[in-house]
Structure formats: structure tokens, C-alpha cells
Design a protein around this ligand. Structure first.
Ligand code: ZN
Length: 254
């Protein structure tokens, strides 16, 4: 398990909760010394064009430092996916998040769809055919769903459930129904925690989610799995929730 991180992810590039000061620091504090950190390069404009319209890219470009931050986040997702292809599970500790970014528009603190760009880059290079994108953020990743709506090779699933057990069962049911894929990509949002906006999951549930995904990837695609950060806004608990998830995802498969 490796953590993809760049010191520049600490920069406050906007005034939204995903860009807040101290958010990255709260996670780094929990992961440093526990996992090897690797540094990504920014994505290229060609990478962005794998999923985004030129007009959208140009609009974000007008915003200067935010564009630079968004390119580096997409680059982080790409590196995490590359590590997964080498059989090393990886977590992109990146921002801005991406799952509300559609081909021609974005909202909800997102600009470019990091996870979709990484998946489409591997598909365009012919390195994978089928992928699944599992999103356990509190919010539905409308951007990711839009990008893959007419792509039968990539299945997007937003995990839902009004109790902890129903939530975990929903994840398991989705995975059990898909026994062929070349890569598991995960939009990892931590805003459904009991002390975050969603008020549901406990910290230990993130370890369970990580373990379920790890075991599934080991069974179906030689352990190729990567995750990237989406939401999660309570800095008091965000770090330990990410750590719990990585402890599950990085554990040797059962
Ligand atoms: Zn969210």
C-alpha cells in the first residue's frame, strides 16, 4: 500500500470545505510513518480531454491556481492507478475531489474527475478493458455516473444504506454481481461518518469497506485496486477514518 501525496495538496486553492486549511494535514498526521508516500506529477491537458470537453477545461484554466491544483489532483489519481496496475494497492491523498465533475461541467468542490481520468487513461492505452468504480462518499458521484453512462465496460456504483449493515450489504451485493473486471477504482469519501455530515458510519466500518474491496480485487483482478479521496470534512476524525480504510485495503487478502 502506497500513499500518493504532494506537499502542494496542502495549498488552500478555494474557499470551499474540501480546500480548507488543515484538512490534508489531519490525514497526513495519521498516515506518515505508516505508509510510503510517493509524489505525483500533474496530469496533462490530453489526460483531461479523455473525459472532459475543451470548453470545460478552458473555463477551469481561467481560475489560475485552482487549475494547477486540479491538474495535480488528476495526476495523483493517475499515479495511484499506475501503482495498482503494478499490483501495489494505492491511495491518492488528493484534492480537489472529482466525483461531481461531468464531461462539460462540475460542482460540489470538484473540477476534473480524477478517478474517471485515471480509468480512461488505462483504457485508452489498452491496458484494461473492464473496470468498476465504487463510490462510498455520502454524495452520489453524478459526474462519474455521467462520464460512464454509455460505457458498458465501466460500472459505477454509489454505495447507499440507511443503516451501517444495509450500507455494507449494498457494497457486497454490487460486488458479488460483477465477477469480471480488470481494475477496481474507488471514490473514497468519508463524509458519511457518524461525526461528519452523513452521521452514519463508525470508524471501524471504513476498515471493513477496505477489506471487502481488497478481497474482491484479489479474487477478480489480481489485487489491482486504487482509491482516491473525495469528501470528508470533520478534521477531528478524518485522519483516523482514512487510516482505518487503508488498514483494510492494504491488508493481505483473506
Ligand atoms: Zn461528499
Amino acid at each position: 500500500m502506497k500513499v500518493v501525496f504532494h506537499e502542494r495538496y496542502k495549498e488552500v486553492y478555494a474557499s470551499d470545505p474540501a480546500a480548507a486549511y488543515g484538512r490534508m494535514e489531519s490525514i497526513v498526521k495519521e498516515l506518515k510513518g505508516r505508509y510510503v508516500f510517493v509524489e505525483p506529477a500533474p496530469a496533462s491537458e490530453d489526460d483531461l480531454q479523455l473525459v472532459h470537453h475543451l470548453e470545460h477545461i478552458e473555463r477551469v484554466k481561467q481560475r489560475g491556481p485552482l487549475y494547477e491544483a486540479a491538474l495535480l489532483a488528476a495526476g495523483g489519481a493517475i499515479l495511484a492507478s499506475e501503482l495498482a496496475m503494478e499490483g501495489e494497492s494505492a491511495f491518492g491523498l488528493i484534492r480537489p475531489p472529482g466525483h461531481h465533475a461531468s464531461p462539460g461541467s462540475s460542482w460540489g468542490f470538484c473540477w476534473f474527475n480524477n478517478v474517471a481520468i485515471a480509468v480512461e487513461k488505462l483504457r485508452a492505452a489498452g491496458r484494461i478493458k473492464k473496470a468498476i468504480v465504487v463510490d462510498f462518499d455520502l454524495h452520489y458521484g453524478d459526474g462519474t455516473a455521467n462520464i460512464f453512462a454509455r460505457v458498458p465496460e465501466v460500472a459505477y456504483h454509489h454505495v447507499e444504506g440507511y443503516t451501517r449493515q444495509v450500507f455494507l450489504d449494498d457494497l457486497k451485493e454490487f460486488l458479488e454481481a460483477r465477477q469480471d473486471c480488470d481494475l477496481v477504482a474507488v471514490s473514497a469519501g468519508f463524509d458519511r461518518h457518524e461525526r461528519d455530515w452523513g452521521g452514519l458510519l463508525k470508524t471501524e466500518d471504513y476498515e471493513t469497506i477496505g477489506r471487502i474491496l481488497r478481497d474482491y480485487a484479489a479474487r477478480t483482478c489480481r489485487g489491482r485496486v486504487f482509491a482516491v479521496l473525495e469528501g470528508g470534512y470533520n478534521h477531528d476524525v478524518l485522519g483516523e477514518n482514512v487510516r482505518a480504510f487503508l488498514d483494510g485495503l492494504g491488508r493481505p487478502a483473506a
